[in-house]
Ligand binder design. Structure first.
Ligand SMILES: [Zn+2]
Length: 314
């Protein structure tokens, strides 16, 4: 690939241990390895993030909640079952680091046109609690930090995870400068859904054709309602995939690649830089999850290298 190289944020400690949990956290490390194998990034070209600071987290999360996470992590408070996932110091540190990674990726996307964090997309985290395997809302932390620094005004979330990004809506409720667009499976967690800027809830079993048609139609509406954002935050969940265990939208690998291409074509039309985030993915074979995430990052790298014009459609 000639042209500018895609900044790729990653840290090995994104992959922590949740024994027996459906969330395959080793997908982060394996996606990084896959991108090196494909030549998208050099092994020594991966950028190591710094953790989000307490001040950065506090722009999104309530102090009481952050204190509770720390207390649980340090064994001073009992675990809260609403968190759904084991909470330890390692886990809290991993989420904090991932928020820093998304923040740095978003900042680099503003500077260079695109970047990816091989983590993040924790769109079910609320200001005052965590749920849906998400403890800290990395992307909200990133947007708020960049706004506080005066580097960003209007942000567009394109959330194509199979689950609606309820936490994102909660973080930016009534905020006219952040548009939350989601295409998800209607009959799936979360219940109830939050009311975002534009929600497209699809039937289970929709498949490639219906999925891509719905995405195309919705992107036209996004363009009309929130044109030319300063940053497109792409929450590129891998769980619309046909073999996912927690989603039933039945989109093929090829359909997932076409989805990414449509988002990038839209970003070109809107002149928007893109930060890519991984979000969910629970396929029977973790290889598929890794492949879908790597396809997204590679598409983003090609898009950037080609001068932010979508290369020949896959
Ligand atoms: Zn999901």
């Amino acid at each position: 690939m000639s042209g500018p190289a895609l900044p790729v944020l990653f840290d090995p400690s994104y992959s922590f241990d949740w024994p027996g949990h459906v969330f395959p956290t080793d997908k982060y490390r394996r996606t990084a390895e896959e991108l090196v194998r494909r030549g998208v990034v050099a092994a020594d070209g991966l950028l190591r993030p710094r953790p989000a600071s307490r001040e950065e987290l506090l722009r999104v999360h309530e102090r009481r909640y952050l204190d509770l996470l720390d207390a649980i992590a340090d064994g001073r408070a009992p675990w809260d079952p609403r968190m759904e996932v084991p909470v330890s110091r390692t886990v809290v540190d991993a989420f904090t680091l991932s928020a820093g990674g998304t923040l740095q990726a978003a900042a680099l996307a503003l500077e260079r046109g695109a970047a990816v964090n091989l983590g993040g997309g924790f769109h079910h985290a609320y200001p005052d609690h965590g749920e849906g395997f998400c403890l800290l809302h990395d992307a909200a932390v990133a947007v708020e930090a960049l706004r506080a620094e005066g580097r960003l005004r209007r942000a567009l979330f394109v959330d194509l995870d199979v689950h609606q990004g309820n936490g994102t809506v909660a973080c930016f409720r009534d905020d006219p400068e952040v548009y939350t667009f989601s295409v998800h499976e209607e009959d799936n967690y979360p219940w109830p859904k939050e009311e975002g800027s534009l929600d497209v809830g699809l039937d289970s079993g929709t498949g490639d054709r219906g999925y891509l048609e719905a995405l195309d139609g919705a992107l036209e509406r996004v363009a009309a309602e929130f044109p030319r954002p300063d940053l497109l935050v792409y929450v590129a969940g891998a769980d619309p995939f046909e073999e996912d265990r927690l989603g039933r939208l039945r989109v093929t690998r090829e359909g997932m690649r076409r989805r990414d291409a449509r988002v990038l074509r839209f970003a070109t039309e809107q002149g928007a830089p893109v930060v890519g985030l991984l979000a969910g993915g629970y396929a029977l074979r973790t290889d598929d999850v890794v492949g879908i995430h790597a396809d997204m990052a590679e598409a983003l790298a090609r898009w950037l290298a080609a001068g932010r014009v979508v290369p020949s459609a896959p």
